[in-house]
Design a protein around this ligand. Structure first.
Ligand code: THU
Length: 157
């Protein structure tokens, strides 16, 4: 068995299609407002919903480390709470580094992949994932399931 992930590599921001560029710009704005006093790694995420709404979020850290939350899940859970019946079209993810500029695409962590997958399955609709740093290449993957092959899902329960 060979598991493959197709990644579209966009050379830089200016080569992005309009909607992806808009979403990434909003994710970049969100990253500026992250609360990351411990890691100093400020992440921003923006979701485009099927109804056209855009919901953004950023990481929220805590002195008790596991009590914090990633940017993707802050945005995702807010969207799911506000628009429980609306499928998610795309998510853009980016980050601002502490003492060095981030020049490579920022991927979602494993927990966020699993959380995003839940909604992909719920709505039977792939969620496009746009990953970017502060500059450089942007990666686009057509579906969260491509980022989480051999995944566990509710179908096992
Ligand atoms: N972080 C995110 O917000 N999203 C990810 O996918 C990776 C990590 C946050 C969590 C923590 O606040 C900081 O980045 C360093 O791990």
């Amino acid at each position: 068995m060979l598991l493959q992930t197709e990644v579209q590599i966009i050379p830089c921001f200016s080569n992005l299609p309009e909607k992806e560029a808009e979403l990434l710009t909003i994710a970049r704005e969100a990253a500026k407002c992250a609360y990351a006093p411990y890691s100093h790694f400020k992440v921003g995420a923006a979701l485009l919903l099927k109804n056209g709404h855009i919901v953004s979020g950023n990481n929220q850290e805590n002195a008790v480390y596991p009590s914090g939350m990633c940017a993707e899940r802050v945005a995702l859970f807010y969207a799911a709470a506000q628009f429980p019946d609306t499928p998610i079209d795309k998510i853009a993810i980016t980050a601002i580094g502490n003492d060095k500029e981030i020049c490579q695409p920022v991927p979602p962590c494993g927990n966020c992949r699993q959380a995003l997958l839940e909604y992909e399955i719920k709505f039977k609709k792939p969620i496009e994932v746009i990953m970017a740093g502060q500059k450089g290449e942007v990666y686009i993957v057509k579906s969260v399931s491509e980022l989480l092959p051999l995944n566990f899902s509710g179908s096992f329960l």
